[in-house]
Design a protein around this ligand. Structure first.
Ligand code: NAD
Length: 330
């Protein structure tokens, strides 16, 4: 299988590159990445010497460059991870989110149509469903939940999803979409909650927690997300959306306290800060469809995944230290 992976120098994309290269010697992976502040070429160091891997520094919005690469490589499958992905940045600078997340998706789908790609997979997010109330633990997002975005980030992802489904209906492009809950694990950029808290705790710096830390996220270890996407691109039904989540709901304060406890640090490091604008209260995914149809099951529960993640950050300081300056919001 020849697979184009966009955004492969980012968090989930890089994990997917390694997952696919490890999985089968028959896979050839071509990674497209613009290397924005969130893209980090050293993340792919271990793939660079693999003859089944190629990295190309391209903006997915650059139609000419994308078409020319597709002409040269003739990929079987495209998996689109490339995106502006940080909600706080989308509140400060929405424009770039619309450009990359929507227009970039269109360019990739046009190139996929022109070059007969057998499967175009769009990596989306549970954030397109908006949020759930904190006092209704019985409610979860299914694939039929209404789209109700809260941030420019989620609105841009939802717009792209609509465009992907329209390309299926109008042009017959063989598409699938996955909507995953919050991921964590190796190579997670230090601006995001879990790595930020690990790194601040290691430096004995305050751990900034929005509001009261009551917001609930459904955490999935990144390798489980990769295995789900691999199943969808092979066995998923064309034109379908699949929710991905592992029933690992935790409120932010519990996540932060768990990290402090693993590191043996004091909870006095926690510092409550003014809440994010429009902050979603709770996300919870119902993954029954992918579990029943494709027999996917996540392997890592939160307690073991968070331990593995903290250990990874302790062992890979040389990976994250150079990224600290870049991860500051501006
Ligand atoms: N992180 C999560 O918890 C999560 C959960 C659900 C879905 N997602 C989705 O998964 C995808 C990957 O998320 P992530 O957390 O790995 O993001 P990330 O920010 O770590 O990585 C994004 C990558 O895309 C690249 N990129 C950005 N704009 C580009 C462009 N115009 N052209 C080419 N490359 C570009 C960046 O350089 C970076 O390498 C996103 O589409 C995101 O919406 C993420």
């Amino acid at each position: 299988m020849k697979i184009v992976v966009t955004g492969g120098a980012g968090f989930i994309g890089s994990n997917f590159v390694y997952y696919m290269l490890d999985k089968s010697p028959d896979n050839r992976v071509i990674c497209i990445d613009k290397l924005t502040y969130a893209g980090n070429l050293p993340t792919l160091d271990k793939a660079a010497s693999n003859s089944h891997f190629r990295f190309v520094n391209i903006d997915i919005c650059d139609r000419e460059a994308v078409f020319s690469l597709f002409e040269e490589e003739k990929p079987d499958i495209v998996v689109n991870f490339a995106a502006e992905s940080h909600v706080d940045r989308s509140i400060r600078h929405p424009e770039i989110f619309l450009q990359t997340n929507i227009m970039g998706t269109q360019v990739l789908m046009d190139a996929s149509l022109a070059h007969g790609v057998k499967r175009y997979h769009q990596v989306s997010t549970d954030e397109v469903y908006g949020d759930l109330p904190l006092d209704r633990p019985d409610l979860m997002f299914t694939e039929d939940s209404p789209i109700r975005c809260s941030s420019p980030y989620s609105a841009s992802k939802a717009s792209a999803d609509l465009l992907v489904l329209a390309y299926y209906r109008t042009f017959g492009l063989p598409v699938t979409i996955s909507r995953c809950s919050n991921n964590y694990g190796p190579y997670h950029f230090p601006e995001k909650l879990i790595p930020l808290m690990i790194i601040n705790a290691l430096h004995n710096k305050p751990l900034p927690v929005y509001g009261k830390g009551a917001n609930i996220r459904d955490w999935l270890y990144v390798e489980d997300h990769c295995s789900a996407i691999d199943l969808i691109i092979r066995n998923g039904r064309v034109g379908e959306v699949y929710n991905i989540g592992g029933h690992n709901e935790r409120d932010n304060l519990t996540v932060v306290k768990t990290i402090l406890s693993i590191l043996g640090k004091d909870e006095s490091l926690i510092s409550f800060v003014e809440d994010r604008k429009g902050h979603d209260l709770r996300y919870a995914i119902d993954p029954s469809k992918i579990c029943n149809e494709l027999h996917w099951n996540p392997k890592t529960d939160f307690d073991s995944g968070i331990k593995k993640t903290v250990e990874w950050y302790l062992a890979n300081q040389d990976w994250w230290e150079p990224l600290l300056e870049r991860s500051k919001l501006n």
